[in-house]
Design a protein around this ligand. Sequence first.
Ligand code: FMN
Length: 189
Amino acid sequence: MEKTNLDKNIFIYPMPVTLLGTKKGETANFMTLGWLTRVNANPPLLAVGVNREHLTNELIRENKTFSINYPSANMVKKVDHCGLISGRKEDKSLSFTVEYGELETAPLIQECKLSLECELLDIYEMVTNDLFIGEIIASHADESILTHGKPDMGKLNPLLLTMPDNHYWTVGEKVGKAWNIGRELNKQD
Ligand SMILES: Cc1cc2nc3c(=O)[nH]c(=O)nc-3n(C[C@H](O)[C@H](O)[C@H](O)COP(=O)(O)O)c2cc1C
């Protein structure tokens, strides 16, 4: 793997549409995922909401590992395709170059310039979906998306999802510095 190992305690905002990777026998499966959030600072934990009918749900339970891959906007067709068809019907891994990092059962997409490897920590069973809590154990980034060693969303150009109009977007203009611009409104400093 030619990517740079970043700190595993990595924060990635906004929360873009991602591809959740799982090992499927000798190959891999990738599912489009909108329901992803960071849920703990240290250890670095994230949660993904996956419908119980999806093959991905079965494969996370089987392998107890998974990957989160951040596609750039030019991958939009492949991203949508992975959300339209199940790995039970088609080998979706054929759309990508698959590689592995530290875990043997968390397939990564080489074309995605940022990827995380996760170990399953817990499962919260909902009505139709399960919330899988994963610990990020490694993160990998292509040099081309880094600024001062950190992921730069302007360079990654990730995909965002809006509903109910169901569209993919790219990130727009910066409008203010976070934890900073609101200080003007503080009554005291
Ligand atoms: C934009 C988009 C976002 C999606 N987000 C989720 C999600 O967060 N959770 C989920 O369970 N399914 C989500 N889906 C649906 C799955 O990706 C889809 O049902 C997929 O075919 C399941 O694949 P699998 O059976 O190979 O696991 C999404 C689909 C699209 C197009």
